[in-house]
Structures are given as structure tokens and as C-alpha cells.
Design a protein around this ligand. Structure first.
Ligand code: ZZB
Length: 261
């Protein structure tokens, strides 16, 4: 599986993350959350970024001279160390350890997002620690899983220990399709999904959303508006790679978690 990894620069750490970091990072460090995505063309619609509250994350040093650091799972860091993403082959210096809950409430800048003021790190119970980087950027317009979690977090903000305004961001239509311009919301309603725990219906919704957006979708937002998704996708990906806001990451064989499970 080849992912595009996006670099979401930290603007302000949560109180808990500040405590855990202490003096382990330079004051002028550039620290990025690294979600792995298969849908770079939807990045305009990012409204937040998810971590698993009980999942382990660490900060890794990727460039000492540029003071660049990545937040992700150790498993992803180890794989990246063999893909020339770290300067020294096989080496992935770990600087700080967290559990996801420590990171909730951190504000980050999500490249291309309409929410250029920044978005928040929020908890998602269904994040798989063994897939991608363990960090998942949230696009509720086009990902049924993300839409389900955003609704859940909005309804029960207190229970999840978050501020409602962290999750309650405008969902802007990104892709036009025959089923409308918010495929995730349409499928959530059509398949009568009630919560992020409805895994079976969400898996089906995801499959349909992928196909509909890709084969029948046209960009509705951004510089490629009017262009079919099939044509826009490689162009947007190339733009993100070129600007340095993203890089490619291959998940090695044998560690791929199947689409359905
Ligand atoms: C943004 C995005 C926008 C995504 C969208 C999907 C969609 P797949 O098909 O099962 O391989 N993801 C990545 N890592 C994890 C993880 N550790 N735990 C849970 N979810 C994860 O899934 C790849 C997608 O699953 C990735 O692409 C990411 O969400 C999420 F509009 O990134 B995506 C119809 C899907 N739409």
C-alpha cells in the first residue's frame, strides 16, 4: 500500500503534551503530525486530525539541522527509516513518548485545508495502531468513518473531554458526484449508520464512497474545480510533494491490514 503522508505543523500543544515534552524539544522545533492518506485530493476538506486515545505515539527527529520532528507510531518510524525519510539508514531517533490522549487539543496547520487558522488533534476510538502512521487526518465530507466520529464527538464533547468548537468546523463540499457533494454524509444517512461502532455499514459506505468519488466525481473546490477526480488526484498529489507538504510512504508487505478489516 502506498500512502501520501501529509505534514501538519504543530501551532500550539495541548497542556498535557507541554508537560510531557518538558525541555526535550528545542523551543524553535518544527514538529509535524504525519497522517497517511489515500485521498490527497480531499485535503481541502480537513476539519481536524485524529489519534487513537490509547495508542502510543512518539516524536522522532527527522532533521537535526532543520530541527524537524515527526509525530507518529514507532512502527511507521521504523519503516520510514528504511525509505530514506530519515537521514541515516535504519535509524529513527525517538525524543518523546505519548499516548494519544496527551495530544488531544493540540492545534496544527493542515496544508490545503480551508480551515487555514488551524485544526485540532481529536480522539478517534477506531484508529488502528498497526496501519499507516496511526495518525488520521479527518475529512468528514468524503470519509464516512470521519463523518461518524465528528458527529459522535460533537454530540458528546464533554464525555470525550474536548471543546465543542474544536470539532464543530464547517464541512465544505469538495467533490461533486451523482449522489451529491457530501458523499460521506449521504451514505451515513442512507445506510442508517448511528455511530462509529457500526463497523459493517461503515466498511460498505467507505467502499462506495471511494468508487463514487473516484470514478464519478468532479472537483468542486480549489484550483482544480471542474476537473474529474481521476485527473485531479495525481495533480494535487504532485503539488503537495513539490511544496514539501507531503511525502510518499510505502507500507511494507505483510503488515498491510486488509481494507475490510
Ligand atoms: C483522508 C481521507 C479522506 C481518507 C477521505 C479516506 C477518505 P483503507 O482504504 O482502509 O486502506 N486511515 C489511515 N490510517 C488509519 C489508521 N491507522 N486507522 C484508521 N484509519 C486510518 O483506508 C485508508 C484510509 O483510512 C486513509 O485515507 C485514512 O483516511 C484512513 F475522503 O485519509 B483517509 C472513502 C474514504 N475516504
Amino acid at each position: 500500500q502506498e500512502y501520501t503522508c501529509l505534514k501538519l505543523r504543530t501551532l500550539e500543544w495541548s497542556e498535557r503534551a507541554k508537560e510531557v515534552i518538558g525541555d526535550k524539544l528545542p523551543a524553535d522545533a518544527k514538529v509535524y503530525f504525519i497522517p497517511a492518506t489515500l485521498r490527497p485530493e480531499t485535503m481541502y476538506g480537513q476539519t481536524c486530525c485524529f489519534v487513537g486515545p490509547k495508542v502510543a505515539y512518539s516524536v522522532f527527529e527527522v532533521s537535526a539541522s532543520k530541527k524537524e520532528y515527526f509525530v507518529m507510531s514507532t512502527r511507521a518510524a521504523r519503516n520510514m527509516a528504511f525509505q530514506n525519510i530519515f537521514p541515516e539508514w535504519g535509524v529513527y531517533p525517538k525524543v518523546v513518548d505519548f499516548v494519544g490522549a496527551d495530544l488531544v487539543g493540540t492545534r496544527v496547520h493542515a496544508p490545503l485545508s480551508v480551515h487555514s487558522e488551524g485544526v485540532y488533534i481529536l480522539p478517534m476510538e477506531t484508529v488502528k495502531p498497526t496501519k499507516g502512521t496511526g495518525v488520521v487526518t479527518c475529512v468528514p465530507s468524503n470519509s464516512p468513518d470521519d463523518y461518524a466520529t465528528v458527529l459522535e464527538l460533537t454530540k458528546k464533547a464533554d464525555y470525550y473531554g474536548i471543546k465543542k468548537e474544536w470539532v464543530d468546523k464547517e464541512i465544505v463540499p469538495i467533490i461533486d458526484t451523482p449522489m451529491g457533494d457530501l458523499s460521506a454524509k449521504v451514505l451515513y444517512e442512507k445506510l442508517k449508520i448511528n455511530s462509529p461502532k457500526d463497523v459493517k455499514q461503515l466498511t460498505e459506505a467507505k467502499e462506495i464512497a471511494y468508487k463514487t468519488d473516484f470514478y464519478q466525481g468532479t472537483m468542486k473546490f480549489g484550483p482544480f474545480a471542474g476537473t474529474p477526480v481521476q485527473d485531479a488526484k495525481p495533480l494535487i498529489t504532485a503539488q503537495l510533494l513539490e511544496s514539501g507538504d507531503a511525502f510518499k510512504y510505502a507500507e511494507p508487505d505483510g503488515q498491510v491490514v486488509s481494507r475490510s478489516g
